[in-house]
Design a protein around this ligand. Sequence first.
Ligand SMILES: Cc1cc2nc3c(=O)[nH]c(=O)nc-3n(C[C@H](O)[C@H](O)[C@H](O)COP(=O)(O)OP(=O)(O)OC[C@H]3O[C@@H](n4cnc5c(N)ncnc54)[C@H](O)[C@@H]3O)c2cc1C
Length: 482
Amino acid sequence: MKTALHWFRRDLRITDNTALWQAYTEGDRLVAAFCWDEAILKSPDVGPARVHFLLRSLEALSRNLESLGHRLIVRHGPPEQVIPGLAHEVGADAVFVNRDYEPYSVARDRRVAEALAGRGIVLRSHKDSVIHEEREVLTRTGTVFSVFTPYSRAWKARPVSWPVPRLGPPKAPPPVVPSLPLPADARELGHPLAQEVFPAGERAGLEALDRFLEARVFDYDHGRNVLSLEPGTSQLSPHLRFGTLGIRTVLERLQSARAKAPTAAGQKSCDTWLSELIWREFYLQILSNHPRVATGAFRPEYERIQWEGTDAQFEAWCAGQTGYPIVDAAMRCLAATGWMHNRLRMIVAMFLTKDLLVSWQRGERHFMRTLVDGDLAANNGGWQWSAGCGTDAAPYFRIFNPVTQAEKCDPDGSFVRRWVPELRDAPSDCVHAPWNRPLFLTKSRYASPIVQHDIQRGRCLAMYQAVKGASTEPRTPDTLDE
Ligand SMILES: Cc1cc2nc3c(=O)[nH]c(=O)nc-3n(C[C@H](O)[C@H](O)[C@H](O)COP(=O)(O)OP(=O)(O)OC[C@H]3O[C@@H](n4cnc5c(N)ncnc54)[C@H](O)[C@@H]3O)c2cc1C
């Protein structure tokens, strides 16, 4: 009898799971396993919001497996010992995994494959978390794209794969081997309790997808740029990050939704949303082809920037005490919920790097620790884009003005009022710039701005130009504020 062991990592679902389906169909007996890896749990990049989401997703996965008659075997320890040990214990012929492209995971999987090979067991890895991976989307000369628009065009020209079937009942009873109970909450894993913002698990992911595709996707072009109580974006990123939702399922359902779009504008919004999913793959292929971005700027000259910002300024940014209402509201929302809207991520990242002149890498780390969807590839890509040192054509002299940005995405100030109680009674004409009403500012006890945007913009340009050279000076003032 052939025994196939499926090792779950960032694919916590039983539907549309490539490696799980392969293990199920190729083996006579399926063993499903998860391994708590201390190197990940104790990493300074991992925080309570993500651990909480992971734990709840694992509970759901375990229930889903049990409902079919399977069992999730949970172990704890270094995967290069645990997985080969378990494979040996259950008599597995092969271990099945879905590929993970982060540098740590690539090195880990290499160690696991070597240890398995030592016992005569093969590690079978599958593409699953993306439609097109690593070196599948290439330029005409066979190189990796480093600019999004042509990458996206080439991505769309390739055929898309469709979902694989849902796991079926066991063909043979699961083995009787010891398994650890899942911890009751994040505290047992060394993390504080986190507030649950998004329901976790496979069913929650599918429901969130269907809710979004029912109507909101048709207004995405507008909704993604404004902050409102009813979210204008899908909020699926934690599900895509932990694989509680399969990307092929997302694309299949998006295609059906697009066919039912009530207007041409609705169809266009569906296409815009598809582009966001392609951004996700763009940054993943950048990380897997250029793993050095995990520790440095994509454009090496930016490594030489002498960041002038202080620890106190960085701490004020983290605490939402900069005196810039939209920045503070966004950072307080992040601290309380583990979530931040994409537009706000761009605003606060630009503010940290280009107003406070603090290294993007400090912000990147803070985001990784705090975000429920913290994902190395997307987060690194987002930070390098905001700092202007990344792959994209976005120039370093693109500097957001936090006040005009706030007026566009939070026109009535309701987001700021919700997260910055000091400004709850702010008159509408100054909620985004309370310093324009000095008497109100004093009475509100809200912080005064810790820097002056116009002055910092000049300092930022000088700081970047020092490493770039004079040839890349801004062309017109219009390029400064977007
Ligand atoms: C500084 C910064 C840091 C970021 N850090 C992360 C992160 O740690 N994890 C993360 O998933 N995204 C990150 N993003 C990208 C983006 O902000 C989030 O994916 C998005 O806000 C998630 O909300 P949503 O699911 O409602 O997105 P939607 O607008 O509904 O988009 C659908 C999906 O597309 C993907 N996506 C959308 N925009 C991007 C993008 N710019 N880059 C990569 N993928 C994208 C996400 O998987 C998202 O769930 C970051 C962006 C910036 C500017």
